[in-house]
Design a binder for this molecule. Structure first.
Ligand SMILES: Cc1ncc(COP(=O)(O)O)c(C=O)c1O
Length: 426
């Protein structure tokens, strides 16, 4: 191996503490979360010391198609023979082809695309577009939601992420996710948009009631406010449908996608918006710029990703395997009903809700100890986010069942640790 193993785990941690984020590395050390990613292939990653983990974290969906998916690698290598990042000043054949493909996969008038590099940047654009188009100020967002740490996306997050950086952009109002009356109380004629994760990941996959988005849609239409759905985690087949909002029979005005669009190989994100919103961008064509947004190498990989995840057989596979994983988890939940409160979410977008805030981190660490990478949700620490790669197959289920079972029994034996771990989280 040329690139893997140039440092040991210890050396990596030490350099991290010296030149990167000391707080993060020290915290990981303190709780024994000592993984440094080495080899990676399909559903597996290996730490530099050879320990193997089933990746049920997937970097929030980046590895939907597994690590180093052979088809995507082939695509990227072929693209590298001809392309580079491209020049964002110029019209690009490759950006156009991907945009057309994306437009075909979205319902209604969602046929315009703006590319970015990261999710936060793509959310920032969605907010800018909503304000620019509507000429209104208010942005309504949800408690416990997460949309990134860039200039506007950060304001639509919880205090933990934004308080130290005040003053922030004004006009943002927080409501409870899934509670329509809360939204009703604050929406008005000056509301530019409501920005929500379709199912909020950082809040532990708290799944809104079926009628929620229909009501939101009606209220938005009444006040001329736009519905922005952040599908950075829920999009691209993660929930068993191509887009998470399809579970709710609603069509948003703006959708943000990212993570898995990259195929885990080349960063690219996109904001997809309603055709008539282009009126604003048409008048201000050079106001939103991103040098690397929609890099041509990224668009070629993303094209392939989109082809794969939108195929009927792939979606069928996700639904079959998720059905099996749900029943496996529900059986374990009933065996460990002193630890697990419920499993929630949709498709392979799963939250394992434990009985207390300390049990989430304890279960995460126990899973890691048992060869499964899964982490607790930062805005509801009682939940472990469980995101197996969408390419998980039947042959992996026995491993998952066996290891989750061991992890839960480890939690049961070490329950007294829950308070200690919770106190250690910065
Ligand atoms: C739902 C959601 N929105 C936005 C973001 C921000 O994306 P990025 O880290 O690429 O800026 C994330 C990242 O975790 C996310 O999960």
């Amino acid at each position: 191996m040329v690139y893997i193993g140039r440092l040991s785990i210890r050396e990596s941690f030490n350099l991290y503490k010296k030149h990167l984020q000391r707080g993060k590395a020290s915290f990981y050390e303190a709780i024994g979360f000592d993984i440094v990613m080495g080899k990676r292939e399909g559903v597996w990653i290996w730490s530099l010391d050879g320990r193997r983990f089933f990746d049920a974290h997937c970097n929030g969906g980046v590895y939907n198609l597994g690590h180093r998916n052979p088809l995507l690698i082939k695509t990227l290598i072929a693209a590298l023979e001809e392309l580079d990042i491209g020049n964002h000043h110029l019209i690009s054949e490759h950006r156009a082809i991907l945009a057309e493909k994306l437009a075909r996969l979205f319902p209604g008038e969602l046929n315009r695309v703006m590319y970015s590099v990261g999710g936060g940047e793509a959310v920032d654009f969605a907010i800018k577009l909503a304000r620019g188009y509507t000429r209104k100020k208010k942005i309504i967002y949800a408690r416990g939601g997460y949309h990134g740490t860039t200039g506007l996306a950060i304001v639509a997050g919880d205090d933990y992420y934004k308080k130290p950086f005040e003053p922030l952009a004004p006009g943002f109002i927080q409501v409870e996710h899934g509670v329509i009356d809360d939204f009703r109380k604050v929406v008005d004629e000056d509301t530019a948009a409501v920005l929500l994760e379709t199912i909020p990941a950082t809040l532990g996959m708290k799944t809104p009631p079926m009628e929620y988005y229909k009501e939101i849609r009606e209220i938005c239409d009444k006040y001329g406010c736009l519905l922005i759905l952040d599908e950075i985690q829920t999009g691209l087949a993660r929930t068993g449908k191509l887009w998470g909002f399809q579970h709710y029979d609603v069509v948003p005005d703006i959708v943000v996608i990212g993570k898995g669009l990259s195929g885990g190989l080349y960063p690219i994100t996109a904001t997809i918006y309603r055709d008539d919103l282009e009126e604003f961008i048409e008048k201000h064509p050079f106001t939103h710029i991103s040098t690397f947004g929609g890099s041509e190498l990224g668009t070629v990989v993303a094209e392939r990703v989109v082809d794969i995840v939108s195929s009927k057989s792939f979606l069928e596979h996700v639904n079959i395997i998720s059905g099996k994983i749900w029943s496996l988890l529900e059986n374990l939940a009933s065996d460990y009903d002193d630890i697990i409160e419920e499993t929630r979410g949709k498709g392979l977008f799963i939250g394992i809700k434990t009985k207390s805030k300390g049990l989430g981190p304890l279960l995460s660490l126990s899973l890691i100890h048992n060869g499964i990478l899964a982490v607790f949700a930062n805005n509801d620490k009682s939940v472990v986010q469980f995101l197996p790669p969408l390419i998980t197959r039947e042959e992996h289920l026995e491993y998952l069942e066996d290891r989750i079972n061991s992890a839960l029994s480890m939690v049961r034996e070490n329950r007294s640790m829950e308070k200690i771990i919770l106190e250690m989280i910065p």
